[in-house]
Design a protein around this ligand. Structure first.
Ligand code: ATP
Ligand code: MG
Length: 246
């Protein structure tokens, strides 16, 4: 179980004033649920994911994972606990092959080729075309994104965070990816947090959390929250309008 308690994150503006990006967020996520974070651009979703992953330290508040306070743990220690993150904008690794990345992610330098192929197939990539490719600028944005998702799958973590897995991915591969998330969720072996703006992904959620203006604006099961989102035609403004962020 993941528990966020009164999590806030502030940065100092150049003029010396404080900017609050996350504002007193409290949230509990039960094991093996699929939770979608959604909300308007700039609402704080990626910042929250980065705080959960240990890439930034919250200004105040605490994070508990399976009852343990992990607020002061770094990204490596959190990864060891099984928390894995697929970046919104994945990095490239010049000189590193797709095969190498998958082996590192799986923690097995002799990961069988058939297993590597399976991870790539799950994200709609043909292993023959990609296993020996370098993860450098020669790969397209959508290819790098899908390879990144394959490495998150290879880590076999207990909590998988995907930040806009749909970004830059074509319609056909996106359909394949949605099936992969759905199949993974039905195994109930990991908690999944997916940050997404896509109705197809949101439609997989056990629970939807709408984040806007650094606050949780709405939270509830899919049947309750999805109609609310779909009926909102104000481009997200109404979702954040009552937030008291300063
Ligand atoms: N280090 C920082 N300094 C200043 N502003 C920041 C910093 N980090 C994040 N922000 C701002 O905080 C807000 C939230 O950013 P975040 O990336 O979390 O949004 P998001 O909900 O993931 O948006 P999107 O849907 O566009 O990915 C944005 O307005 C962003 O510009
Ligand atoms: Mg984001």
């Amino acid at each position: 179980m993941l528990e966020l308690k009164n999590l806030s994150y502030c940065v100092r503006n150049e003029d010396g004033t404080d900017l609050t990006i996350l504002n007193n967020i409290s949230l509990t996520i039960e094991d093996n649920k699929l939770v979608v974070f959604t909300g308007p651009n700039g609402g704080g979703k990626t910042t929250l994911a980065r705080a959960i992953m240990g890439l930034i330290r919250p200004t105040s508040g605490q994070i508990f994972y399976n009852g343990r306070d992990i607020t002061d743990l770094g990204i490596t220690e959190r990864a060891r606990l099984g928390i894995c993150y697929g970046f919104q904008q994945p990095p490239r690794f010049k000189g590193m092959r797709v095969r190498d990345l998958l082996c590192i992610a799986a923690g097995n330098e002799k990961l069988p080729q058939s297993v590597c192929c399976d991870y790539l197939t799950q994200v709609g990539l043909c292993a023959n075309d990609y296993l020996e490719r370098e993860v450098d600028t020669s790969l397209s944005g959508g290819e790098v994104k899908r390879i990144e998702i394959a490495t998150v799958l290879a880590r076999k973590g207990s909590m998988l965070l995907f930040d806009e897995p749909e970004a830059g991915i074509d319609l056909w591969s996106f359909a394949r990816l949605t099936e992969t998330f759905s199949a993974l969720h039905s195994k109930r072996e990991a908690t999944m947090i997916i940050i997404s703006h896509q109705e197809r992904i949101i439609g997989l959620a056990d629970e939807i959390v709408v984040i806007a203006g650094g606050c949780i604006r709405h939270r509830g099961d899919r049947e309750t929250i999805l109609p609310l989102i779909l009926s909102n035609t104000t481009g997200g403004c109404a979702l954040g309008k009552e937030c008291s962020i300063k």
